[in-house]
Ligand binder design. Structure first.
Ligand code: ADP
Ligand code: MG
Length: 783
């Protein structure tokens, strides 16, 4: 046999079907000009829910097409409708002439491989339960690795299989990888034998699905499968789903399809599931990705339009009020960036429709004071402002900082403040009932102009007298829907300002925050000290550990404070899934330090399991300088602001992600004292984790780090697990890579809404409806 077996599929070997997709770039930008300015809408009634035949067909439950039992099996893949199933795309394709890589198989995995038979032999079984039966033992190869196949059965069956599995024959084999005597093997795999052209010429008789599917076209799609749903079963179910779509209308208006040069939607579904050529796959995926990008952008554009049409109470800047009084008392000059963004905010707040703005700002760029000035502008107009923080520690800190910054302007002493002032109230979930009652009363009565809080602000117990502005700090912990929940507390739509310190790539911003306008603060206020960052490889240099603690002692000796950050709270809080996945624990490190090098220092612990009161107390004492060293979990990750803290030791730093390390490090170097950040790690120097650490040590530029970070992460993580229900609408689009397509879709969506502001076109209306339903469903599932 001289045929060269080393055939590396040119389709992706990974689980990523989109890498054969067209880049948006290839879509000519000139097409945008071709969008007609009128026509294309239909006058079908707007009242019923799914208005087009297309959506009616796609929203049919799978049970209607596959029968209840099979439909139920698809529940585990979260596939419930015909539309869900046709969008469940093959993970990869084999052409029927290419071999898989057998070296990468892992035990327990459901695999489908294309390989060549090397040997096949029949053995009689003489003992045990199988006595009298026969065993067929075969080996298949891709020229690199090998895989054993085992079949049991009566003589005639085993002989039949052996006849199929002749040495040199090529076949497609599907099953679950097991192990026998240390070698990977498939027991009773489904299989078909193919000829050189990839056509099926034989197979085990019971694999009718397999034969049908494999014989159907030149390319065979392999689906992400489960034990119950083998790729063949999925393929034949998809075929039924596709049949049910026969004659379906494309939901997009024809002018739009022409303008964007789109393949017909039903044809696209057929093309990705039963392609004849690689180009089919590409073209079909192109349409599916367009649909995702466009649906999302149309929904976002619609949200923007609705928000803009909704009235808000204008809160124009008032002279001689609280804001001016605050500005007079401010201990520093605003940076140019802070000034510009402030002006933007005042401009927005003065409008009769709600501000919807995202403020991105590097760690330490001074977002809080910008937000506070906007809040004061609203209070000057008789309104209230709510500041929503992701953690109790941060909420408490904001409350403290704002109260301190306002000085005599906070609270009721109108005498010293010249008649100006407003209440600043904190509301968190773990507050004692009487305190919480007092705080909610202050919010409801309007006595508190500024209400700071956690998720507790979203609960029905919290009401406002006149909520004019909602500020959401550190957005990456909050979803779009939570913002909406808070906005719903106001009689009129409040103005909304969302702040994040995590730099967000443009396309992600357009996708996840597509309903927001963006401002950016890049400048760090002058006089901010340097922070040097050092990776301490304690595995290679155990002596450096002592030096690390020594360094902290020196800082404390000079009157500075320090953080020691650990990945978990206690020795028993290791992940259940992997008890070996330990990492330093706050309680252990605290015990060791207070027993050893930091015996004479004032050391305290801070972590999420402490009662709220205690957390408050510890943080308060740290702020006041009564604690030298704070041993903490990542509760201090965002927003904590103690300018005197100059040193940070991050234990087992390799367990944190880049943006987390950057955020953590942002806690030091906030005053005039140069900071030192020590990243303790025992990870091998050439691992990805070590690369992350040296990236962090190499720069303090958040945008540069965000790029490294995004390159290392998977798509789902880019959008953030908590980010947004919108995420569920993104299955085949890669937000980072498909920038051009997303931008194109966004422009097209704007044109659509301009032509058809009320979405009278039933197809467009259904598209938005589908995206919003999915977003809402996702939100409901999580809450
Ligand atoms: P972040 O953008 O990370 O939330 P903060 O709002 O917490 O940053 O500000 C960081 C620190 O910088 C705070 O101590 C704040 O008082 C201070 N600060 C803010 N603006 C200025 C400025 N213009 N000049 C000097 N210090 C400033
Ligand atoms: Mg902040």
């Amino acid at each position: 046999m001289s045929r060269h077996l080393e055939l590396v599929p040119d389709l992706p070997e990974s689980s990523d079907p989109t890498s054969v997709a067209p880049k948006g770039k290839e879509r000519p930008a000139a097409k945008k000009a071709a969008v007609p300015k009128s026509g294309g809408t239909s006058d079908r009634p707007a009242a019923q829910f799914w208005r087009t035949t297309g959506f009616t067909r796609l929203s049919v439950p799978l049970s209607g097409v596959l029968g209840g039992k099979t439909a139920k099996a698809f529940e585990s893949l979260k596939l419930r409708t015909v539309g869900d199933l046709v969008l469940h795309l093959p993970r990869r394709y084999v052409s029927g002439t290419e071999l898989s890589d057998l070296r990468s198989l892992r035990e327990g995995e459901e695999v489908t491989v294309l390989a060549q038979v090397r040997t096949a032999s029949v053995h009689g079984m003489h003992s045990g339960r199988g006595a009298g039966k026969f065993r067929l033992q075969a080996t298949i190869t891709d020229g690199r690795g090998e895989l054993n196949l085992t079949f049991f059965g009566a003589k005639h069956l085993v002989d039949y299989w052996q006849g199929q599995l002749r040495p040199g024959a090529r076949g497609i084999f599907a099953g679950k990888v097991g192990a026998f005597q240390g070698q990977p093997q498939l027991t009773h795999p489904d299989f078909v034998i193919v000829d050189d052209a990839g056509q099926v010429i034989g197979g085990a008789q019971r694999n009718l699905d397999l034969v049908k599917v494999a014989g159907a076209s030149g390319w065979i799609g392999l689906y992400p499968a489960t034990a119950k749903l083998r790729t063949w079963t999925i393929a034949s179910c998809v075929a039924l789903a596709l049949d049910s779509l026969e004659g379906m209308e494309d939901p997009l208006p024809s002018w739009l399809r022409r303008a964007a040069d789109l393949m017909d939607q039903p044809a696209a579904y057929r093309a990705v599931h039963r392609p004849d050529t690689e180009d089919d796959i590409r073209a079909g995926l192109g349409r599916i990705q367009f649909d995702e990008a466009f649906g999302l952008q149309l929904a976002m554009a619609r949200r923007r339009a609705i928000a803009a049409a909704d009235g808000a109470v204008p809160r124009p800047r008032v002279r001689g009020g609280l804001l001016d009084a605050f500005d007079e008392r401010m201990p520093f000059r605003l940076t140019d960036g802070q000034q510009q963004v402030s002006d933007q905010l005042f401009g927005d707040l003065a409008q009769p429709h709600p501000m919807q703005r995202l403020l991105q700002g590097e760690v330490g760029s001074g977002k809080t004071v910008v937000a506070l000035r906007a809040m004061l502008a609203v209070v000057d107009n008789g309104g209230q402002a709510a500041l929503l923080a992701p953690t109790e520690v941060l909420a408490a800190q904001h409350h403290r900082t704002i109260t301190a910054m306002l000085g005599d302007l906070a609270g009721g002493d109108l005498f010293t403040s010249g008649g100006l002032g407003t209440g600043v109230t904190l509301i968190t979930g773990s507050m004692s009932a009487p305190r919480r009652r007092e705080a909610t009363l202050a919010a409801a009565s309007g006595e508190a102009g500024i209400v700071v809080g956690t998720h507790a602000l979203l609960t029905s117990g919290t009401q406002f007298a006149d909520l004019g502005l909602v500020v959401v700090d550190e957005q990456h912990r909050f979803g779009v829907e939570q913002r909406a929940a808070l906005a719903a507390k106001a009689e009129h739509r409040p103005h909304i300002l969302v702040m994040t310190a995590t730099p967000i790539p443009r396309t992600v911003a357009m996708t996840v925050f597509g309903d927001l306008e963006t401002s950016t603060l890049t400048e760090i206020p002058a006089g901010r000290a340097d922070v040097s960052t050092v990776v301490v490889d304690y595995a290679a240099h155990p002596g450096w550990l002592r030096r690390t603690w020594q360094r902290v002692l020196e800082e404390v000796g000079e009157g500075r404070q320090a953080y020691v950050v650990c990945p978990r709270i206690s020795a028993d809080s290791a992940s259940k899934a992997d008890p070996d996945d330990a990492g330093a624990a706050v309680e252990d490190v605290y015990a060791q330090l207070t027993d050893g090098p930091m015996r004479d220092l004032r050391v305290a612990m801070l972590h999420g399991r402490l009662p709220a009161e205690e957390k408050d107390d510890v943080m308060g004492r740290f702020v006041a300088g009564e604690i030298d060293v704070l041993v903490a979990t990542t509760v201090i990750e965002v927003g904590v602001d103690v300018p005197n803290a100059a040193a940070m030791v991050i234990c087992d730093a390799d367990r944190f992600g880049i943006s987390q390390l950057h955020q953590l490090r942002g806690r030091i170097g906030r005053g005039a004292h140069p900071g030192i950040c020590l990243l303790l790690t025992g990870t091998p120097p050439d691992s990805p984790a070590a690369e992350r650490l040296s990236a962090v040590a190499g720069t303090r530029d958040g945008f540069a780090l965000a790029k490294v970070d995004l390159e290392q992460r998977r798509e789902g993580d880019v959008l953030g697990a908590e980010q947004s229900g919108m995420r569920s609408s993104l299955r085949h689009l890669r937000v980072l890579d498909d920038e051009d397509l997303i931008t194109y879709a966004r422009d097209l969506a704007a044109v659509c809404l301009e032509k058809d502001p009320d979405l009278a076109d039933p197809g467009l209306a259904d598209i938005v409806e589908a995206v919003e339903r999915r977003a809402a469903g996702d939100w409901l599932e999580r809450s």
